[in-house]
Design a protein around this ligand. Structure first.
Ligand SMILES: NC(=O)c1ccc[n+]([C@@H]2O[C@H](COP(=O)([O-])OP(=O)(O)OC[C@H]3O[C@@H](n4cnc5c(N)ncnc54)[C@H](OP(=O)(O)O)[C@@H]3O)[C@@H](O)[C@H]2O)c1
Length: 289
């Protein structure tokens, strides 16, 4: 039995789908009774539990051979670090209490660094905390998610593709969340003997190339606007982020621009869904909504 957190989200849902497709027994961990019922209809067990509830989580993962864990972002949190540390203490505590032998954690490039990477510092602390439980930790360190483009759709529909980087012509790996879910499922089904950090790297694109694909899908040409660094926090606030979240995300973008999020794990895994597939999916969902 494998427990999967975040099963209503992008990577967690893909992880649970792949595990079920492989015939594995799956117990999804969700926060909503209706979503639990959806998963039961699809053949999974389901428990309603918050990742911040250590005792509830311990009971929900008891007896499982592996757990897929993540550190969700809570943009409403007044203190991002305190929120990350509370979730981390609960998840790592539950893993220690339950004696879960293997955890696959959704992490990110740069999680080897303790500071200067915005929200990724929370992933650093979560990796450390999970390792210290004695479980075998497989940390999947992803670069940019292709699906982050969903946040840019409103601007793109107005004809603008903003770039939060010094250049729109720097190639960067961008992975699809479905591929990360598949990688997580495979890691759960065939655990490493020892803890490892795996850089999961998608195909490489420049932001200008992505803008071209997105523009074609939307049926309009997009103006690529490279924002200067000092404009990142106010632009993020304009896009709806609270000021302290905007500062943290801007720090993340600076870290990316300075190469601090580059792959430095124990090994790499290349994944291949092209950005065209993800963009077609995002745009068709947007039209349907
Ligand atoms: N965006 C990127 O480019 C990027 C790159 C590298 C790594 N990452 C990592 O990926 C993570 C996001 O993964 P994703 O896109 O798959 O997530 P997502 O689609 O945003 O979904 C988040 C999931 O976490 C669940 N959740 C949130 N708070 C919870 C809580 N307190 N207790 C239990 N469940 C909770 C949500 O459940 P509900 O439906 O109940 O809300 C949902 O299932 C980020 O937090 C970051 O750590 C992101």
């Amino acid at each position: 039995m494998y427990a999967v957190a975040g099963a209503t989200g992008r990577v967690g849902s893909a992880t649970a789908r792949h595990l079920l497709a492989e015939g594995a027994e799956v117990r999804v961990l969700v926060r909503d009774h209706d979503r639990a019922a959806d998963w039961r209809r699809r053949g999974a067990e389901a428990r309603v539990v918050d990742l911040g509830d250590r005792a509830g989580l311990r009971a929900a993962i008891a007896g499982c051979a592996g757990l897929f864990a993540l550190l969700p972002f809570d943009l409403a949190a007044d203190d991002l670090d305190a929120y990350a540390d509370a979730i981390t203490a609960s998840v790592a505590g539950a893993v220690a209490d339950a004696g879960t032998p293997h955890v696959v954690m959704l992490s990110a490039g740069g999680a080897d660094l303790a500071d200067g990477t915005g929200p990724i510092t929370g992933l650093h602390r979560m990796e450390q905390a999970l390792r210290s439980t004695g479980t075998v930790l497989t940390a999947l360190r992803s670069g940019h998610f292709q699906e982050k483009l969903a946040d840019l759709l409103p601007a793109a529909e107005a004809g603008v593709y903003p770039v939060f980087a010094p250049s729109a012509d720097e190639p960067l790996p961008m992975g699809a969340t479905r591929d990360l879910g598949e990688a997580a499922a495979r890691a759960l089904l065939a655990p490493d003997a020892a803890s490892a950090a795996i850089d999961v790297l998608g195909p490489t694109y420049t932001e200008r190339e992505v803008a071209e694909v997105l523009g074609a899908a939307l049926g309009r040409e997009l103006e690529v606007v490279v924002l200067p660094e000092e404009a990142w926090p106010p632009a993020l606030v304009d896009a709806g982020f609270r000021p302290h979240v905007a500062e943290s995300v801007a720090e993340l973008y600076r870290a990316d621009a300075n190469g601090r999020l580059a792959p430095r794990g124990d090994r790499r895994l290349d994944v291949g869904t092209p950005i065209q597939v993800t963009i077609a999916d995002l745009v068709s969902r947007r039209v349907a909504a």
